[in-house]
Design a protein around this ligand. Sequence first.
Ligand code: GCU
Length: 618
Amino acid sequence: MIFKKIIAAFLVLLSVSAFAQENLIVNTHNRKQVSLNGTWHYIIDPYETGFYDYRYKEKGEKDPEAYWNNPEPHGKTDRKEHGYSDDYTIQVPGDWNSQDDVFKYYEGTVWYQRTFDKPKLDKNERVFLYFGAVNYEAHVYLNGKKLGMHKGGFTPFNFEISQEMLEDEGNFLVVKVDNKRYADEVPTLNTDWWNYGGITRDVKLVITPQNFIQQYAIHLEQSQDIEKSIKRKKFNISGYFKLNGPNTSSEEKITIEIPEIGLKEKVESNASEGSFNFDAKKLELWSPENPKLYEVKFTLGENILTDKIGFRKIEVAGKEVLLNGKKIFMRGISIHEEIAPEARRAKNSADADKLLGWARDLNVNMVRLAHYPHNEYMTRAADSLGILVWSEIPVYWTIDFKNEGVLKKAKKQLDEMIIRDQNRASVIIWSVGNETPVSEARTRFMKSLVMHAKEKDNTRLISAALEVGYNRGKNYIDDPLGEYTDIVSVNEYLGWYGDLPHAKVKSKWETAYNKPLFFSETGAGAKGGFHADKETRWSEEFQEWYFEETLKMMENMPENFMGLSPWILVDFRSPKRNNPKFQEGWNRKGLIDNQGNKKKAFFVLKKYYDEKEKEDQE
Ligand code: GCU
C-alpha cells in the first residue's frame, strides 16, 4: 500500500504546473467521464484571506481557516469566518462577470467549491480531474490536499486523483481562481477584451484504464508529394502517441484502425511512447469543400479510444498557400470567444454553432480565433463544418519580452494549445502573437516561439500578426519577425485609425518577404442601428464605406495576397471602449452588433466573399 502511495505522490508531483502539458490528456470528449459542470459554491476573496494568514504567509495545509478546508463548526462556541453556502452559488462552466453584477468588473480571487462522489470504477481504472480552462491562475485542492496549480486562461490541464479521493461520497473539491492581470503574465496588463474570470470551460472526471494512450497526433506525413499521392490514391500517414501507466511495456502493441477504409495497423511502442508511419489507400482528403472526417480507433490492450480525424496537407509554396496541393484564398473573419447578446464567454457546443453559424452566413472558409485558444467545441465544430482555423496564444501587445520566465509561460500555453488541437484538420495556422512592438528583445522572444512551434508540430503554418512599416510612401511590411513566420500577416486600419476610408484606394502595399500575404485584421466601428451619411463616424454607413474602400484596396494588392480575416464578426466587450453614446464598454467593430443584428457592412463583405468563392470555383 505504502508503495502505491509513493508512486501516487510522485505522479501528483509530476502533475504540478511545470509539467502540466506533459501529462495533459487529449480527446477527453471520447473518453469515459463524469461531468462536474453545474452549480458550485463560491466565496469572493479580494484580500486572499483564504490563502494567506494575517502576516501574508501561505496558510498551512491543515489550517482550519484556509478556504480549501471546511471544518463544520463544532458547537456554538466555535469561531468560523468562512464557509460554502447554497446562498452563494455560481455556474460552471462560465465566466463569473456575466453571472452577477457583483462580478462585472471583478478582478481578484474567487474560491469555487463542490463535492462529488467517487465514481464506480472497474479494476485498476484511474481518475483524472480535468479543466477545459480556468482564467487565469488556478490552485486546486481535493479533501484539503493541494493537487497543484495552473497558469494560463485558455488551455486545459488535469491532475490525477486516483489515490486522493475518499472511498465514497463527499469528496471536497476547491479551486482558487485569480484573474488579476500582471505585467509578467501572458497576456499582460493591457488587452482590448474583457478579462472574464472563472472556471470558464468544462470540468470533468476522466476515467482511464490503468494503461492508456494519453496523447497522440495522427496526420498525413507532410513531406509527401501530395499530388502524386492523390494520383496514386495512396497516402502516407504518420504520427506519435504517448502512453501513461505502470506497465505499458508489457502491453501488446498499439493497433490503429480506420474502419471505413479497412485500415488496421499494429505499431511499435516502448514503455511510454511510440511513433508510426504507414500507407493508407482510398483516403478522402479533408477540405472546406469536403470536410471528410474518419473514425480512427486506437487500441491498447483491451481498451479502445476513438476520435474523428480529417487528413489534409497545408503548405506554403513561394507566394501561395496550398491545401492538398491546391492554392487557396482565405475568406476569413476574426472572432472573440464571446456570446455578445448575453455578454459572456462562449463555453459549449451550442455557442460554437452560433458563432460559426454567423461566420458561415458571411460565406467564410476560415476563422481567426482571436487572441487566445478558444474552447475545444469551436475547433471540433470547425472540423465538421469545413472551416479553416487560425489559433493563437495571447502574446498580445506589450508582453515583457526581456523576461525568460514570461517566455516559458508563453511556450507552455503554446504547448498546451498544440497538444489539445493537433488532431484537428481545420487548424492550419498556429499564431504566436498579435501586434507585438518591434524591438531586439521582442523579435528574439517571438522567433523563439516560432521555432518552438515548428519543433512541436511540422504539419501547420506558423504565423503572428506582424507590424507594418510605413516608409518610402508605402505600407512596407518589413517586420523582422516576417523572416521566420511561414506567412506574412498584418493588421491594417487605414481609414479608421488615421485618415478616412477614401485614402485606402491610393495606398500601396509591399512585403519585404517572398511569402503569402494575409490581412489578419481590418475594420471600423459602428453602433448597430445608428444611421447617418457615410462620413458620420460610428454610423453603419461609415463602416459600410470603410469596407467598400477596403475591398477596393484589396483588389490592388501584390500577387502574394491570399486572404483576410476582418476585425471582427461580432461587437465584443472591452473596458477600453468608453464613448458614452456609441461604445459603453463595447468594441463596435463587429459586422454583427451585440444584439445579434447584422450591420450594413456585413453584406458588403459577404458579397465580396461570394464573388471570391465563384472565382475560386472557375
Ligand atoms: C488591434 C488588436 C485588436 C483590437 C483592434 C481594435 O489590431 O489586434 O485586439 O481589438 O485592433 O483596435 O479594435
